[in-house]
Design a protein around this ligand. Structure first.
Ligand SMILES: [Fe+2]
Length: 189
C-alpha cells in the first residue's frame, strides 16, 4: 500500500479506490425505532437513513480501518434518525475515535455492564470510544450529520447484543424541535 491523502468530504471518500458505500434504509433497521406504527407509515417511502463509506477494502494491508458516515436528518415517530449501533465483538475488541465534520449529533454509549454516556458530536469534536463500550450516533439537527471514524482493522462487530438488550439505555426524541434524552423502557442487560 502506498501513502495517500483524502479530504473530509463524502466525494473524496466515495472516489477512493476500494471504497464501498453501505446504504441503510428504514426497512433494514426498522426494529431500532420505538414507534412501530410510524415505521409502517413510512415503509412505502423507505427513506435512506444513513450511508457509511467504508474504505476497508482499500486498506487491506493496513492495521487501521476508517470511513465517513452521512446520517440524514429526520425522525420516526419523534425519534431522531440513528445508526444501528454495535459493540465490538468481545474477542476482537478495539477502541474507536470519532471526528465531527458537519451537522449536529449525539453519540450514545453503553458499557457491557449497562452504564451509559452521551456526548455531542459536532464539527471539530473528537470523541474517544474505549473498547467494551457500544456506540450509536443520532442526528439531532436539520442537515446531514457527517463524521469520520477510525478503529483497528482486526475489530469485529456485534449487532446482535444491541438487539438482545432492546437498544441503548437512552433514546433521543424530538420535543418541539429540541433533542431530549428519555430512558428506554425496553432496555435490559
Ligand atoms: Fe464501531
Amino acid at each position: 500500500m502506498l501513502p495517500f491523502q483524502l479530504t473530509l468530504t463524502p466525494e473524496s471518500f466515495r472516489n477512493h479506490p476500494g471504497a464501498r458505500s453501505v446504504l441503510r434504509r428504514l426497512s433494514e433497521i426498522a426494529n431500532i425505532f420505538s414507534q412501530t406504527a410510524e415505521v409502517q407509515s413510512l415503509a412505502a417511502h423507505n427513506p435512506l437513513i444513513y450511508e457509511f463509506v467504508d474504505l476497508r477494502d482499500g486498506l487491506s494491508e493496513s492495521m487501521l480501518s476508517f470511513g465517513l458516515t452521512i446520517l440524514q436528518p429526520g425522525a420516526v415517530g419523534g425519534e431522531y434518525f440513528m445508526t444501528k449501533g454495535h459493540f465490538h465483538a468481545a474477542q476482537q475488541d478495539g477502541d474507536e475515535v470519532y471526528l465531527g465534520v458537519s451537522g449536529q449529533g449525539r453519540l450514545l454509549l453503553q458499557s457491557r455492564q449497562g452504564e451509559h454516556r452521551e456526548m455531542d458530536l459536532v464539527p471539530g469534536a473528537i470523541l474517544y470510544t474505549p473498547l467494551a463500550w457500544a456506540h450509536r450516533t443520532v442526528n439531532v439537527g436539520r442537515v446531514p450529520l457527517v463524521f469520520f471514524s477510525i478503529w483497528p482493522s482486526a475489530t469485529a462487530y456485534d449487532y446482535e447484543e444491541i438487539t438482545r438488550r432492546g437498544g441503548f439505555p437512552q433514546r433521543v426524541m424530538d420535543q418541539n424541535g429540541q433533542p431530549v434524552l428519555v430512558p428506554n423502557p425496553a432496555f435490559q442487560i
